[in-house]
Design a protein around this ligand. Structure first.
Ligand SMILES: Nc1ncnc2c1ncn2[C@@H]1O[C@H](COP(=O)(O)OP(=O)(O)OP(=O)(O)O)[C@@H](O)[C@H]1O
Length: 233
């Protein structure tokens, strides 16, 4: 079943166009890598999906509903979670309060942290009273993913979750995202620069260049020649 559909999506900043006629169809349960060199429009595409960037053209369907004109808060309530580049943990709030922010994004007011959050991220339990800004980069990334899970999403959009993170934590993040996808059936789209990470994690991929989708397929079809043509610097 199609969960997310982008038709002819065109967007930019002010007068500067950045995305050109992007079509994308994501099925429920997919684990997708979104690849491309710096500045090709990957973040802009994720921000357009969550509703932080206005479209100049095109339409967006989520869970069979037209959300083209829906504001960002309604999209997150409908089940789209966005884990931005740089994680955006609130440094002076405790880990617990950062987690609770995820619940408020879903429009619910439950103060309880579901036990599954700590099954996916056992480390967080030990750090609940600490200020979020005191966690390591890798721990903050895990907190950001956990915060996204708190709104009980149908899809998670992650922007470069491994950026600046040590390899052992990258492996943990990969394992946890696989579990979230397989055990909870949550659809995942990951923007990444690390090709090996996507080859291990994703089942399918899209490559962007100059604001357009230029290649897509199953991860097995992510050939060295595509990598050389569109991804190596
Ligand atoms: N707030 C903004 N205002 C104006 N232009 C912007 C803004 N954010 C991004 N851009 C421009 O839009 C284009 C696409 O940027 P975007 O961040 O979406 O690319 P990206 O593929 O995610 O890059 P990276 O891998 O470096 O994060 C770039 O030319 C960038 O300079």
């Amino acid at each position: 079943m199609t969960l997310l559909e982008l038709n002819n999506l065109t967007a930019g900043y002010g007068q500067t166009p950045v995305l050109f006629n992007v079509d994308m169809s994501i099925n429920q349960g997919d684990m997708v890598g979104l690849l491309g060199r710096n500045g090709v429009g990957k973040t802009t595409l994720l921000r357009s999906i969550i509703g932080l960037n206005k479209l100049t053209k095109g339409s967006l369907f989520f869970n069979n509903k037209d959300i083209t004109k829906a504001p960002a808060y309604k999209r997150s309530r409908q089940g789209i979670a966005y884990i931005p580049q740089g994680r955006e943990i609130i440094p002076y709030l405790s880990v617990l309060d950062n987690l609770k922010l995820g619940t408020s994004a879903s429009g619910k007011s439950s103060k309880r942290i579901p036990s599954e959050i700590f099954e996916f991220f056992p480390m967080l339990k030990e750090h609940l009273p600490r200020q979020g800004g005191l966690l390591s980069g890798g721990q903050q990334q895990q907190l950001a993913i956990a915060r996204g899970l708190m709104c009980n999403p149908k899809i998670m959009l992650l922007d470069e979750p491994t950026e600046g993170i040590q390899p052992s934590i990258v492996q943990e993040i990969e394992d946890t995202l696989k579990r979230i996808n397989q055990e909870k059936g949550i659809t995942v789209i990951v923007v990444e620069q690390k090709i090996d990470f996507i080859r291990q994690l994703a089942k399918s991929f899209f490559i962007m260049d100059k604001g357009a989708i230029v290649a897509k397929g199953t991860t097995r079809e992510l050939t060295d020649s595509l990598v050389h043509r569109y991804l190596t610097v």
